[in-house]
Design a protein around this ligand. Structure first.
Ligand code: 2RA
Length: 326
């Protein structure tokens, strides 16, 4: 069996990766790593228990086939290249390598899975491109205007702890109180007044859809819910079309469903991206509302799907949900 590390296993995304590996019954020799705080913790994959080890240079002596790095940029920067150089195929969840290495949503661009470093996109980008890729393929997209409503778990465990804090001095992660509030940016704000999350969405959308010419404007906002990102998306197609034709494309996209009212409570813990309220202004201008579980399809599930693609390539293609012996 292959040897697979999950690094950052005790974080919100890492734990979701473990859940999904268990749900999909993926068989491998797993090694779980995290920071000192989680040393010795026991976590499950399916009904099997694993002891979490502190991440350090010992990871390089394990002869790993795959590593899922559910880690921050600084940790990925330190470990990803070295692992890749010694033959481990790394699926990196941080944004550190996204400009240079393949950035993959398997339903859209699995052909980009090449080499030993594969990047998992940003959660808000994944929801957006999942809802639009079939439309882009069939009708072309000239422009996308997206406003996001992003949950606290997108910023990790500490941001979830900030949910009920009312005294700014007691915040662990966020810059402002989120209790009964919304914060109109995510990540660093740059000199041009765009924030980090907006720049990620703009860059990543073009890279995943293989289209540098799409005009994209985004506005990213943090809201006080635990899980699932909402996205209000306006888009312009390159050719004339109508709501029914677009709905058909959405409904025929894998892991995307059109529903009467897409809300976080409907997608939390689920695999599919939900789309609703598709409407048209004229033959080329449309609007819709999208929700994605940011921990699942927006992060962990996408990474596990990349792993499954890799297993298919190396060991014979496997179907989602089947038992995968690596
Ligand atoms: C967030 N998408 O929600 C970003 C990073 N996961 O903060």
């Amino acid at each position: 069996m292959a040897r697979v590390a999950i690094v950052g296993a005790s974080g919100v995304v890492g734990r979701t990766v473990l859940d999904i590996l268990g749900e999909k019954n993926i068989k491998a020799d797993f090694f779980l790593f995290a920071s000192k705080n989680s040393d010795g913790k026991v976590l499950n994959i399916g009904d099997k228990k694993y002891v979490v080890k502190v991440l350090d240079d010992r990871i390089f002596s394990l002869g790993l086939d795959y590593a899922l790095m559910c880690t921050r940029e600084d940790v990925s920067k330190k470990y990803v290249k070295r692992l890749a150089e010694q033959g481990t195929v790394v699926i990196d969840f941080s944004s550190y390598f996204r400009k240079k290495y393949p950035l993959v949503v398997p339903q859209i661009n699995s052909e980009d899975i090449l080499g030993n470093i594969i990047c998992n996109p940003n959660c808000a980008t994944i929801g957006e491109v999942m809802s639009l890729f079939a439309i882009h393929k069939k009708y072309g997209l000239k422009s996308i205007y997206i406003s996001t409503y992003q949950s606290l778990s997108g910023a990790g465990k500490l941001a979830l702890d900030d949910k009920f804090v009312v005294d700014e001095r007691q915040l662990k992660k966020l810059d402002y109180v989120i209790n009964n509030n919304i914060i109109p940016y995510i990540g660093t704000i740059y000199e041009d007044n765009f924030c980090e999350e907006e720049k990620k969405i703009n860059f990543e959308t073009k890279k995943i859809l293989h289209d540098e010419d799409i005009f994209i404007m985004s506005q990213t906002v943090r809201i006080p819910i635990d899980v699932c990102h909402g996205e209000s998306i306006f888009f312009e197609t390159k050719v004339d079309c109508d709501v029914e034709s677009l709905k058909h494309e959405i409904e025929s996209s894998k892991n995307v469903r059109y529903v009467p009212c897409a809300m976080p409570i409907l997608t939390k813990g689920k695999e599919d991206v939900l789309v609703s309220r598709l409407r048209q202004y004229d033959k080329r201008h449309f609007a819709m509302f999208v929700v994605v579980d940011n921990l699942r399809k927006g992060a962990a599930q996408n990474g596990v799907e990349i792993l499954i693609e890799l297993l298919g390539g190396r060991y014979g293609r496997c179907d989602n949900g089947a038992s995968h012996s690596i």
